[in-house]
Design a protein around this ligand. Structure first.
Ligand code: NAD
Length: 330
């Protein structure tokens, strides 16, 4: 690992916490230090990394990426910054976009300005396939136009354009990764896979939008983490890298798979009215990252989904505590 001091933002969330674990416990001993800056919004959970808190290589700082002074203080001396921090739930962005604009756009600008000031060696912006909008046929590659349809996707696309502009204008060594839908341990149970697993375990209904024919491409979070690290180590400045899982599924197919793994009946499925502006299909062309040499870990989607279901079965205290807080989503 050529980086010595890494600033991770949003590292108490789902993907960020998996990423920190991936770097600190992964193959090849990481000898540098990681600072995790996280505001601990409803989806941030310090317990995700509790076991690493005594590790001298790791420091947690509670704070906001929009806080210029704090960001500048933390970024000093860093050589790599990875921005996972975001408001990330599409349904919440439809209810109220304001926090999405603030964190996802203004927060990214604050980070970029500090990274520029301190001449950070690599700045990785974690983006999403949703910036390309719905794709009826074929696949989105990195040159495809950005056509976001939800306030969430629009805020992520705006951040991507800012990052691009800082490369063009200031020659900053930035990289953007755009992954498809992630699943795995520590995902806040409002998102479809953990929501359906935890509902099914409790014999509650699984609310499927419309007729369940919307298609998503799924990637195991560990594979996304290895791809982000790979892009940080081998990607070129100014580069955009799609990270697809190569598993396209209709939502209803995914729902049936989860029920089957848990040996629960299909009568738990409840079709509900569609999300406004619901994108029909996302599909990524990830050839660019493959060409650079990245590959996902062994084992297919079904195996990784079974592992994920197993994790939620074994870690019920983790999600029961989160689900005590009443949400519209459960
Ligand atoms: N989950 C997915 O399927 C997926 C797919 C593609 C891209 N992404 C992107 O990956 C990133 C991480 O997503 P996730 O699923 O882990 O989300 P998450 O909601 O689980 O985690 C987001 C984290 O950011 C923190 N945060 C929010 N606002 C902050 C602020 N102003 N300052 C500091 N910290 C703040 C939260 O406390 C939380 O810990 C996001 O940028 C998201 O857009 C996610």
């Amino acid at each position: 690992m050529r980086y010595k001091k890494i600033l991770i933002t949003g590292g108490a969330g789902f993907i960020g916490s998996n990423f920190i674990r991936h770097v600190m416990q992964g193959a090849g001993i990481f000898k540098g230090t990681i600072v995790n800056l996280d505001k601990l919004t409803y989806s941030g959970n310090r317990a995700n990394l509790r076991d690493l808190e005594d590790d001298r290589r790791y420091t947690f700082v509670k704070g906001d990426i929009c806080d210029e002074k704090l960001v500048a203080r933390l970024m000093k001396g860093c050589d790599l910054v990875i921005n996972f921090a975001a408001e990330s739930h599409v349904d919440r962005s439809i209810q109220d976009p304001s926090a999405f604009i603030r964190t996802n756009i203004v927060g990214t600008q604050v980070l970029l300005d500090a990274a520029r000031k301190y001449k950070i060696k690599r700045f990785i912006q974690i983006s999403t396939d949703e910036v390309y909008g719905s794709v009826a046929r074929g696949y989105s590659d990195e040159e495809s136009p950005l056509k976001p349809n939800s306030p969430y996707a629009a805020s992520k696309a705006a951040a991507d354009l800012l990052v691009r502009a800082y490369f063009a204008t200031y020659k900053m060594p930035v990289i953007i990764t755009r992954s498809s839908n992630n699943f795995g341990p520590y995902q806040y149970p409002e998102k479809v896979i953990p929501l359906f697993i935890t509902n099914a375990i409790q014999d509650q209904k699984l609310p499927v939008y419309a007729d369940g024919s919307n298609v998503r491409d799924w990637i195991f979070v560990g594979d996304n983490c290895s791809a982000v690290l790979f892009a940080a180590l081998h990607g070129e400045a100014g580069g955009v890298y799609n990270i697809g899982g190569g598993t396209e599924l209709k939502n209803i197919e995914l729902t049936r798979m989860i029920l089957k793994i848990l040996k629960k009946p299909e009568r738990l499925i409840a079709f509900v009215s569609d999300r406004p502006g619901h994108d029909k299909r996302y599909a990524l062309d990830s050839y660019k990252l493959y060409k650079l040499g990245w590959r996902p870990a062994e084992g297919g989607f079904r195996h990784k989904l079974e592992m994920t279901v197993g994790w939620y079965k074994e870690n019920q205290a983790w999600w029961h505590r989160l689900r005590l807080k009443k949400q519209k989503f459960w």
